[in-house]
Design a protein around this ligand. Sequence first.
Ligand code: ZN
Length: 248
Amino acid sequence: MNKKIFLFSLAAIVYVAFLFAIVTVFFDQAILLRKHTFYRANVHGKVIALTFDDGPSNEWTPQILDALKEAKVKATFFALGEHVARYPEIARRVIREGHEIGNHSYNHHALIFYKTGELKKEIKDCEKAVQDATGITTRYFRPPKAWLNETEKKIINSMGYVVVLWSLNSKDWVTFDDRYIVRFIVKNVRPGDIILFHDSGGVFGVDGGDRNETVKTLPDLINKLQGMGYKFLTISELLQSNETHEGK
Ligand SMILES: [Zn+2]
């Protein structure tokens, strides 16, 4: 290849990657995918749901479970099948302590869109891993990296799943100050919100990583939200109290 073309292509790739990173960090693209999904409940009372993606992690999930137990709060964990197979005891603890497990694909490999066969396999493989570990069958699916098209949503629905996104993004994977996360959520929270956190991973991976800020955020955040009168529900409880799906 001509050196000039090579350099031009390289610059173009770097530029696109940079734009993509900016969009992911500063704009929540999940907002564009809300149609035909459950991303926020239409409720009268002050109820919200905490959700944690990408776990279980043998390091961070137990600390998050400790914080939730201390505050007597239930949450929903959108687990990766691969991590459930790796840490089945932690998945069992999630269920034993009254939380819910949702399906977040088997290994989070989707770059943007899956092929139909891949999508079904990712969901089924995760479903099986959760079943093997806990005996529970997952019924809520949250797409990795929040990219889904309308055809994929229909396929997922036909498999008996509700696609669950979020209405409030803690951005805990790019925010390095727990006090900022608390302030941001307290300022923006509304009844019916589904709040996104992560219990594994970091900016460049989904296993392990550093979720220290997430762990530190929880006690203070839950305390403040309870002080504002909020109650914490699992996704199925929030779905039950939902009057009509927004977006449906
Ligand atoms: Zn994820």
